[in-house]
Design a protein around this ligand. Structure first.
Ligand code: KIV
Length: 275
């Protein structure tokens, strides 16, 4: 067992209210992507509070070169597997590319994901999602909005690049974030933005903020599981740290991640971006 741990394994199911309370108390929470029952069980044992069934499964499980080919049936299949292995983590599931291009299409597909076992759905985008988020929220579906680098728009963005680097771009992310929160977004997730922007957004928005490559000051961190176990194919992104070192087991690596996020040692400066 990983020895220098301060992790308290949750004894009750993690709810959205609990995550909101953790933000209010300044207590960091953790998130990892996961796609099956066995890894979910290990993450439960390590005290990971939230699990993201990410459409990154297209790349790390299916071997695709982007997340675009992932279907709603793929996401339902993996959400159901995670749900079966889960004891208490809060399960978030990505809505895949083009499964939420209109509000009614989004409602139909979000319903499938919630029935498969998700506790929340995640959508990528800005202001154009306001009507969709309002509809989902009014129908009782919790929503996480993913801003900054949105991998489903990789071809529009011209690659996997840091976003929000100049003032106009940073101001736009803030404006769109506030619009999505007023439409009903319950959690915001920022990918690949400068650390200072991650900090100011986290201080400004009233909902929990999860970051990946968004600096050390967000309310929570997320990493793709394969990346943090050092089994990614190709060169890892700057924000990635391999926790499967020093003879650790996989479960110990999850525990080390939880410990380092909670005590503020991950992410370190070397994992973050400047404006
Ligand atoms: O699909 C995914 O794994 C994600 C994370 C990169 C946040 O959206």
């Amino acid at each position: 067992m990983y020895s220098d741990t301060t992790v308290n394994k949750p004894t009750r199911p993690i709810t959205l209210s609990k995550l909101q309370q953790m933000k209010r108390n300044g207590e960091k929470f953790t998130c990892l992507t996961c796609y099956d029952a066995t890894f979910t069980h290990a993450m439960n044992n390590a005290g990971v509070e939230t699990i993201l069934v990410g459409d990154s499964l297209g790349m790390v499980v299916q071997g695709q070169d982007s997340t675009l080919p992932v279907s709603i049936d793929d996401m339902c299949y993996h959400t159901a597997a995670v749900k079966r292995g889960n004891s208490h983590a809060f399960i978030m599931t990505d809505m895949p590319f083009m499964s939420y291009s209109t509000p009614t299409q989004a409602l139909d597909n979000a319903a499938k994901l919630m029935q498969a076992g998700a506790n929340m759905v995640k959508l990528e985008g800005g202001s154009w999602l306001s009507d969709t988020i309002r509809l989902l929220s009014e129908r009782g579906i919790p929503v996480c909005a993913h801003l900054g680098l949105t991998p489903q728009a990789v071809h529009k963005l011209g690659g996997y690049k840091v976003q929000g680097k100049d003032k106009a771009a940073a101001d736009l992310i803030l404006k769109e974030s506030l619009e999505l929160v007023s439409a009903g977004a319950d959690i915001l997730l920022y990918e690949c933005i400068p650390s200072e922007l991650g900090k100011s957004l986290t201080e400004t928005v009233p909902v929990p903020v999860i970051g990946i490559g968004a600096g050390a000051d967000t309310d929570a961190q997320v990493l793709v599981m394969h990346d943090m176990l050092g089994i990614n194919i190709g060169r890892p992104a700057k924000f990635v740290k391999n926790f499967l070192t020093n003879g650790r087991t996989i479960e110990d690596a999850f525990t080390a991640y939880v410990t380092e996020v909670k005590n503020g040692t991950f992410p370190a400066a070397e994992h973050t971006f400047d404006a």
